[in-house]
Design a protein. Structure first.
Length: 74
């Protein structure tokens, strides 16, 4: 987290934090990918997907916790 004090303002920059989150997440995202919506067409369709194993659960939980921290701090 970077703080820049300028003209009686504080600018908070967490770009490196987000880049590190994306780097450590196993699914890779394309930098220039474009989507009309963050939701897929099958958003409301129910299926019986496989459960995450212990390692995947830990990664998912850690990433969600970091995202919540990011939302509350910046």
């Amino acid at each position: 987290m970077k703080f820049e004090f300028k003209d009686k303002r504080v600018i908070i920059d967490m770009v490196e934090y987000v880049e590190e989150m994306l780097k450590e997440f196993p699914k890779k995202f394309h930098k220039n990918a474009v989507a009309a919506s963050p939701a897929r067409v099958d958003l409301f369709q129910s299926d019986k997907g496989k459960k995450l194993d212990e390692r995947e659960r830990e990664i998912f939980h850690r990433t969600v916790a970091k995202a919540l921290f990011l939302c509350k701090r910046a």
